[in-house]
Design a protein around this ligand. Structure first.
Ligand code: SF4
Length: 429
């Protein structure tokens, strides 16, 4: 991720990285300007860094508009935009002259990671060719630019060598990976491999760690990764940001891969790989969404029985085309729809988790306490966004260990389990 790249580069040059304001020569604030609440948070972070330290470099999405940042904090040392790693490093050189010798050996083999060692985000592309009306990512990050497949696979290998047990594949549009490279073929371990989501998933599957696909749009070729899940090569987990189901709203949002037959396809996927877990996010209260559209979404969700679901009330984003749309939905209606949506998704989640009680499942440990308890996840849960497994009998375990656990109980979003034994086949699910 962006912060990690900057930190890795600075560490490789001999800089010490500190999480404290006090004593630091310079503070880097990596901002997000996607929605207004994230923007607010970024502005607060800049103000706090100015108060606490005073030598601040701002980077990330908000850096696209230096004027806005300088209105809030006129004295920041520099403002750089997203993906401008070199500029950030250059500004650090100016603010805190480089230590004499670069201690390259101080960099761990997979770079400095902000996530715990046992799971890693693997970014396969930047930018997006779509123009969804509520989104400003294309104007901040530009059109799709995919990383060459060998570079992605090399990074994945390094991460696994450094102890990563789980790779989260991220981008703005994972299904579109390689489109800009015309799915160029490269040689990888004596075989020809295309810059294409299916080939990538297949090759990552050979690394024998959990591989989880995020931000997948349901283009037809998504059908080709389902057999890889059924074979156990990658996790049977698909994160598809559907955002809505009503054809009217999807059209108004200008969503990609807006496929009316998606329910049939989900059924087909479950036929091929019954364990598949589908996570998604939705927006309620998009301008012009009628009660009929919303009810269509609820009925669709009941039928689709998605396992993990997040829901947001539509919020205007500065610079987004959706701001010009007619018929805004009043706040109280948005709130009421959000509550109805969450009630349905909670019921589905609770029923799905209840069905797991009594099973034995592989659990990857994220955190342990001093009293034999631990927090972990099964294949069905991505870190930071999905549910957790609360484990007992976890004495002697460490983050990154894989255990078999008996599922004893469940609630709306989490599982409760006891450790049966340590998993021998570490990457199995
Ligand atoms: S697919 Fe749509 S929502 Fe996602 S990054 Fe592209 S424009 Fe934004």
């Amino acid at each position: 991720m962006d912060s990690e790249r900057i930190l890795t580069k600075l560490r490789s040059e001999g800089y010490e990285i500190s999480a404290e304001y006090e004593g630091s020569d310079v503070v880097i604030v990596n901002t997000c300007g996607f929605i207004d609440s994230a923007k607010e948070e970024s502005f607060n972070a800049i103000k706090e860094a100015m108060n606490e330290n005073g030598k601040v470099i701002v980077t990330g999405c908000l850096g696209v508009d230096e004027g806005v940042v300088r209105e809030v904090a006129p004295d920041v040392l520099a403002v750089t935009g997203p993906q401008q790693y070199e500029q950030v490093v250059g500004e650090v050189h100016k603010a805190a002259p480089q230590p004499h010798e670069p201690y390259v050996h101080l960099v761990p083999p997979a770079g400095l990671k902000l996530t715990p060692r046992h799971f890693s985000y693997l970014k396969i592309s930047e930018g997006c060719n779509h123009r969804c009306k509520f989104c400003i990512i294309p104007s901040l990050r530009g059109d799709l630019v995919s990383r060459p497949i060998r570079a992605v696979l090399r990074e994945a290998e390094k991460l696994v060598e450094a102890g990563t047990q789980e790779l989260m594949i991220i981008s703005q549009d994972t299904s579109a990976y390689g489109l800009d490279l015309k799915h160029q073929t490269e040689t990888w371990k004596d075989r020809e491999i295309r810059a294409h989501m299916t080939d990538l998933a297949d090759a990552l599957g050979d690394l024998d760690v959990w591989v989880r696909l995020h931000y997948v749009y349901p283009y037809p070729h998504v059908d080709d990764v389902i057999p890889l899940m059924a074979e156990g090569k990658i996790l049977p987990y698909l994160d598809i940001p559907f955002q809505h189901a009503s054809p009217n709203v999807l059209r108004a949002m200008r969503r990609p891969a807006n496929d009316a037959k998606v329910l049939e396809r989900i059924k087909k996927w479950r036929g091929i790989c019954p364990e598949i877990v589908i996570r998604s996010t939705f927006i309620v209260g998009f301008p012009g969404e009628t009660e009929h559209d919303f009810q269509y979404l609820l009925d669709w969700l009941q039928e689709a029985q998605l396992d993990r679901v997040g829901c947001f009330k539509y919020e205007p984003v500065e610079g987004a085309a959706a701001n010009e749309l007619a018929d805004p939905v009043p706040e109280d209606v948005k709130q009421e729809r959000w509550e109805r949506f969450m009630a349905v998704s909670q019921e589905i989640s609770a029923a799905k988790l209840k069905a797991r009680v009594g099973l034995e499942m592989a659990v990857l440990i994220d955190d342990v306490d001093d009293e034999g308890g631990a927090i972990g996840r099964t294949y069905a849960d991505a870190p930071e966004i999905d549910g957790q497994v609360h484990l007992s009998g976890a004495e002697g375990l460490s983050p990154g260990d894989m255990v078999m656990a008996h599922i004893d109980d469940s609630d709306d979003y989490d599982l409760y389990a006891s450790v049966v034994h340590e998993e021998e086949d570490e990457w199995d699910w």
